[in-house]
Structure formats: C-alpha cells, structure tokens
Design a protein around this ligand. Structure first.
Ligand SMILES: Nc1nc2c(ncn2[C@@H]2O[C@H](COP(=O)(O)OP(=O)(O)OP(=O)(O)O)[C@@H](O)[C@H]2O)c(=O)[nH]1
Ligand SMILES: [Mg+2]
Length: 316
C-alpha cells in the first residue's frame, strides 16, 4: 500500500529553545578546558536528527566519541548501517542500551582508547597519570543520566521520562580512574525543518505540549506506515497498516474505550496512547532515518577524514 506523501515541512517551526539551555551551554564552555574526551549521546532511532550541530564548533578541539543509546528501541540493521557510515568518517560509534545494559560494559575501555588515540600534548606516549575526565553531552532525554547511573552502578544522577531533567553539571566518579560529567540536554536555537523537529519530539527530546499530541500522533502514524519493518498494528486489533491517521485513531479509540459521547474519537487520548506505546517499544523497533538521507538531517560530522560516498553504505 502506498501512503500519499504528507508535507509536514509546510507547517511552521516551533523554535523551542528554553532559556536554561543558553546557561547550560555557557557552563559547558567554562568546564571544557579540563575535559579529556567529549561523549555525545544520540538516540539510535534518529541518529542524524539527535546530533546537535552546534557541538562541532563547541567541541572542535576535543577528542570525541558518539554513543547511540536506546538501541533496544531501534532497528538493529539500521544501527549497523549508521555505525559503518560514521566509522568511515573516522568517528567511533557505540550502540548501547542504558536500560538493558547491552553494550555498556565495553564503553569505558573504548573511551580510554579514543582518548589515547588523541591525547593532550603532555600525555603523548605516556600512561594516563590523572583520572580520565569524560563529558557526557547530547540533546535532552537521550538517556545521558541513565547511562551514567548504569556505569556508576548506582542512582547518582536524576533521570525522568520528560526532557530537561538534568539542569546543572554534575561530576560522578567511576571506579578505575574515570570521572563522568553529566550535563543538561541542549538543543540549538534554529532547527532545520519540521520533520527534524517532529522526529526529535516523537523520541521525547522536545516536550510533547510544545508540539501537541494530535500532530505528534499523526506524524507517528505517517512515519510508521512508511517503515519496511513490521509494525505491531494488532495491538489495536488491526490486521493491516491503517491507510490514514483517522483509521488508526478510530481503531485505538474503539479498542481502548476512547470514544466520546456520540461515537466520536477522543483524538487527544488515542494519540497519547499511540505515542506511549511507541516509546515503550510495543509497536516494534524502528529507526526513522537512513544514512543516505543524511543531507536532510545530519550536521557535518567532526573529524571528517574519509571517503565521500553518496551511495547507501553496506552493513559491514
Ligand atoms: N528504552 C530505553 N529507554 C531509555 C534508555 N536510556 C534511557 N531511557 C529512558 O529515557 C528517559 C530519559 O532518560 P534520562 O537519563 O533522564 O535522559 P537525559 O538525556 O539525562 O535527559 P535530560 O537530563 O532531560 O537531558 C528515561 O525515561 C529513561 O528511562 C535506553 O537505553 N532504552
Ligand atoms: Mg539527565
């Protein structure tokens, strides 16, 4: 079934950039001189849209490492494509799940290796004589604090399902000579297009009320309907992909008792249900962006030193 093209980009951008993010950026800048390695946490479902393009300038003098968190919710074959794509550009990427713990144990070793491959002048050729200071950065709600808690094996940093939980920088020591700096999630003042903004919102990086659940629900239906991977539509009693958002909302409302008086669909509640089920992974594992679409969604990568391949990469 061919879903007719929807032009979400004709909708106005929201330009959500809370004031605390400016302050957070200043605080990050102040502490940067003592940081050995910057780790950028992204959401594996949107590996392009969840990279903050302003980080390229902010961290231009630092060794960097990218983590794709929430890999438990992403399509594993797409995660492989993205990892290979970044790898060809000299950027080390580790897919992990801070919730299940998959991939997390190897991280500290990989971070050490990334630093030793690009140490500060005084450390060249020597074993590290000071704790490795690692800044954990990224857009809001990608799981920075959850990952830190997993690595520290205790609840040291506040976490929560909405963006904007961490408001100040916080140092958390790990065993074995590593110190992690938890930082507030930061966005950038001007997002490139509405699709980009909606993808960030659907993955929880922008607060739901900023966009509105009905629009988010419609966007999510559209993104899921275009997926090659099977979607668990049977959760709502459907044996096929709904051809319109209206058909999907009708099915959710009927199944979950969300019809208003007169049989009308309670769009707000059925949209909220769809969004929550998606975020809980009940509809399946999805990645909304391919590396070959990257021009639309990815800021130019740091340390760009490899081939310029415009063809979709293979999954090696
Ligand atoms: N499924 C899944 N959920 C995760 C994972 N990591 C974090 N979460 C959830 O994502 C939400 C946000 O986690 P946080 O650790 O608070 O995210 P953050 O990046 O520190 O957010 P801010 O401090 O607001 O910038 C929480 O509900 C976590 O339970 C993961 O790997 N998989
Ligand atoms: Mg946090």
């Amino acid at each position: 079934m061919e879903i007719p093209k929807h032009d979400f980009n004709s909708l106005p951008l929201t330009r959500w950039f809370p004031g605390h993010m400016n302050k957070a950026t200043r605080k990050i800048n102040e502490v940067l001189k003592i940081i050995d390695l910057v780790v950028e946490i992204c959401d594996a479902r949107i590996p392009g849209s969840s990279r903050n393009p302003s980080f390229d300038q902010l961290f231009e003098r630092k060794p960097r490492f990218v983590v794709f968190n929430k890999a438990d919710l992403a399509d594993p074959s797409m995660t492989g494509l993205w990892k290979a794509w970044y790898g060809r550009r000299g950027i080390r990427v580790a897919p992990v799940s801070a919730i299940t713990g998959k991939g997390v144990a190897a991280l500290v070793g990989e971070w050490r290796a990334a630093y030793m491959a690009n140490p500060r002048q005084a450390d060249i050729g020597k074993p590290l004589s000071h704790p490795l200071r690692v800044m954990i950065s990224g857009v809001p709600n990608v799981g920075k604090s959850t990952l830190i808690n997993h690595l520290a094996a205790k609840h040291s940093a506040a976490v929560g399902p909405n963006p904007g939980v961490t408001r100040i920088n916080q140092w958390i020591p790990l065993k074995g000579g590593v110190e992690l700096l938890d930082t507030p999630g930061i966005l950038w003042p001007t997002l490139s297009d509405k699709t980009h903004e909606l993808r960030l919102a659907i993955c929880g990086c922008i607060r739901d009320p900023v966009i509105g659940n009905e629009l988010l629900g419609e966007f999510l239906w559209y993104e899921l309907a275009r997926q090659n991977n099977p979607v668990q539509w049977d959760l709502y009693g459907l044996d096929h992909c709904p051809e319109s958002c209206g058909e999907l909302m009708q099915a959710i409302a009927t199944r979950r008792g969300m019809l208003l008086q007169g049989g009308e669909v309670d769009l707000e509640r059925s949209s909220t249900t769809l969004i929550r089920d998606f975020r809980d992974g009940k509809l399946g594992r999805f990645t909304f962006e391919r590396p070959d679409e990257r021009k639309a969604v990815v800021a130019e990568a740091p340390h760009e030193d490899a081939a310029s391949d415009d063809a979709p990469p293979d999954e090696s």
